[in-house]
Design a protein. Sequence first.
Length: 200
Amino acid sequence: MKQEERSQETRSRILQAAERSFAERGYDITSVDSICRAAEISKGGFYHHFPSKGAVFAALLDAWLARLDAGFLRAKEGHARVPDQIAAMAASIDSIYDLAGSSWNILLEVWAKARTDPAAQASTLTTLRRYQRFFAELLQRGVDEGSLTVDDVELQARVLLSAVLGLLLQGILEGGSADWGRETKRTVSFMMDGVVRRTR
């Protein structure tokens, strides 16, 4: 195995071990030592790849968001009209739920950490504002193309984001009691029904 491949494999083991520990035990209880034991690497190996436990946490969150962004991008590229793009984005949540696995618990850790850690709070708010801006711009395109009737795109974007986040939280807490991908599609469809301009 080449050095680069070994390095990537070690990094992946660190991320997998940290993800399991963060999800099962929480961020504060998880230590660098426990991650190293689970990943079967030395502390030197850990610090070669990550400067801190927080950096591992950020890498996991970035990877989760990248999957979400990729699903949204595919939805946008696969449909011409904005209502169809939004419907496809809601449908893509199915695969995000399947891929995320225990990452949903990490999302709870992010929110909890953001309450007490100024850096985590700033990062979380930046992410939330990015998605709200994304939805506002998407809704505005729908208004411009004549497919949506939205009086206040900023407010509609906030409501849309809040609904999705609320469903994520409910899905984390209730687990397998419902098909959360289907519930997300139903909720977004219900919300969009009032603003989609019908063509005769």
